[in-house]
Ligand binder design. Structure first.
Ligand code: ATP
Ligand code: MG
Length: 286
């Protein structure tokens, strides 16, 4: 199975003076079980696109096939619950969506809402709160007494607690400290490796390089590239033309090259960079 978008257009406020085309003729096929990054500038349509994965927004025209569902402009809200059980979305600033009296109740809301029995819902909520680093003694406290970063973790645990087949994340690490960012990104990577699809919107090219398999690049509501991570970063000229950054490791390698020290392959992560440099140094010394 795969995730298929076919000629998807989306128009905000159609037929009003505020009409705005948020997506223009978007088509792609994604392989289930992959980690896919969606990148592009502010306002390029990333969040608009993501909200189509669980039919929060329905295409104005075109068709989406995923998780056994078919979403078009005619899709009614009737079967959406079973779709949303399979497709979990962590929205931009999810901490704003917390609402329950206690942290545990908040994390249990999703599983209960999707029909899990109370014992399992509690077990899952606790499992994911723990995995997200929320201490057990906090479970009965109000989520609103937490720090921003902790609130974010509770909101993420609440989506993971119903273990959706497809996990969609809208800049989940924005504003977290570097250690926190690495921690939650590793959780998403592990979730993918355990047999789920992960779709991540991010502005962090280091995260794209480190965690994603494939990338969708949006620009002004259009999909301008769908490719592998290695291919995307192999072409610094194209990235520069589209005002996109390379990962730090690739930029470092480029500076080395400008100074006469050329590595065979563009390293995408710090680990790859370190390995390439040590290999090259060994060659020099032989
Ligand atoms: N509810 C809405 N009504 C009208 N226009 C909207 C609405 N939501 C978004 N837009 C417009 O659609 C365009 C795409 O917005 P979107 O939020 O998808 O961008 P984005 O790529 O996620 O940006 P960012 O990186 O800032 O989160 C923007 O120009 C935005 O102003
Ligand atoms: Mg957005």
């Amino acid at each position: 199975m795969s995730i298929e978008f076919k000629n998807v257009n989306y128009i905000y406020n159609q037929g009003t003076p505020f009409e705005y085309q948020g997506l223009k003729d978007i088509s792609f096929n994604l392989t289930d079980g992959n980690f896919i990054a969606i990148i592009g500038h502010t306002g390029s349509g990333k969040s608009t696109l993501l909200q189509h994965f669980d039919a929060l927004l329905k295409p104005t025209s075109g068709e989406i096939k995923l998780a056994g569902f078919d979403i078009t402009s005619k899709t009614t809200n009737k079967n959406l619950k079973s779709l949303r059980k399979k497709v979990g979305i962590v929205f931009q600033f999810p901490e704003n969506q917390l609402f329950a009296e206690t942290i545990l109740k908040d994390a249990m809301f999703g599983p209960l809402n999707f029909g899990m029995d109370a014992d399992l819902a509690e077990k899952n909520a606790k499992k994911w709160l723990k995995r997200l680093g929320i201490k057990e003694e906090l479970y009965e406290q109000s989520p609103f007494d937490l720090s921003g970063g902790q609130m974010r973790r509770v909101a993420i645990a609440g989506v993971l607690a119903y273990e959706p087949e497809i996990l969609c994340l809208d800049e989940p690490a924005a504003g977290l400290d570097p250690v926190g960012r690495k921690e939650i990104m590793s959780i998403f990577k592990e979730y993918q490796k355990n047999g789920h699809t992960v779709i991540l919107i991010t502005h962090e090219m280091d995260d794209v390089a480190q965690y994603a398999d494939d990338v969708l690049v949006l620009q002004q509501a259009k999909l301008i590239k769908h490719t592998t991570v290695a291919d995307l970063f192999e072409n610094p000229e194209w990235l520069a033309e589209h005002y996109l950054n390379q990962p730090h490791a690739a930029r470092f390698a480029q500076t080395l090259k400008q100074n006469g020290f050329k590595l065979k392959q563009t390293p995408l992560t710090i680990e790859q960079l370190a390995k390439s440099i040590s290999k090259k140094m060994r060659e020099y010394n032989e």
